[in-house]
Design a protein around this ligand. Structure first.
Ligand code: 5GP
Length: 201
């Protein structure tokens, strides 16, 4: 008789969120490289920033194309963030999980909660800045956004931080090396959870 115990497991869905400017982009890039994770490229109606590449950073779409994908139920989740649509193409994520490949989503809180409803067994990680002042400073230093956009993003700060309660883990992005060490510890522990190996996970 074949044993029901197996040392192979299904892919894990890792979801990372946090306030804009907290450093998610850099962290995500490093984690994906070092931890054999498949990054899910989102679709967005936001115009590309300088240096961003179509199909690598995002699938940059016209609003009408995004809406056609919504109508076709092609998103695992989607949300309107700061006036633009953002969404996770469904097929790519499901195919990877099915073949045992862990996937990483870097999405906003509204999207993360939609994913949690569908994949409660996912690992939900909230990246927090050391303080609001530090976050404001990082947004200004990054120089990617207008002062109006920055002010708008800071207005959401309290509301966003309160959402931390809906995540499994919080990591304060204080210093890159220790933040990375914490993220790697979370990923490693999640991969070793018994539930991943005996069904359900
Ligand atoms: P940015 O425009 O700075 O690249 O991203 C703005 C916000 O949109 C960030 O909080 C980012 O996590 C979020 N975001 C990026 N892709 C997606 C997605 O596919 N779905 C959702 N819900 N949010 C996303």
């Amino acid at each position: 008789m074949e044993s029901k115990f197996s040392v192979s497991r299904k892919g894990i869905l890792f979801v990372i969120s946090g306030p804009s400017g907290v450093g998610k982009g850099t962290l995500t890039e490093m984690i994906v490289e070092q931890n054999h994770l498949q990054y899910s490229i989102s679709a967005t109606t936001r115009p590309p920033r300088v240096g961003e590449v179509q199909g690598k950073d995002y699938f940059f779409l016209e609003r009408s194309d995004f809406e056609a994908m919504m109508a076709g139920d092609e998103f695992l989740e989607w949300a309107e963030v700061y006036g633009n649509y953002y969404g996770t193409p469904r097929r790519f994520v499901l195919d990877n999980l099915e073949r045992g490949q862990d996937v990483l989503l870097e999405i906003d809180i509204q999207g993360a909660m939609q994913v949690k409803a569908k994949f409660p067994e996912g690992a939900f990680i909230f990246i927090a800045p050391p303080s609001e002042a530090e976050l404001a400073q990082r947004l200004e230093k990054r120089g990617k956004d207008s002062s109006e956009t920055i002010a708008n993003r800071l207005l959401c700060y309290d509301k966003e931080m309160a959402q931390m309660a809906n995540y499994d883990y919080v990591v304060v992005n204080d210093e890159l090396e220790s933040t990375m060490a914490q993220l790697i510890a979370i990923i490693t522990a999640e991969r070793c959870r018994v539930v991943r190996f005996i069904g359900g996970g």
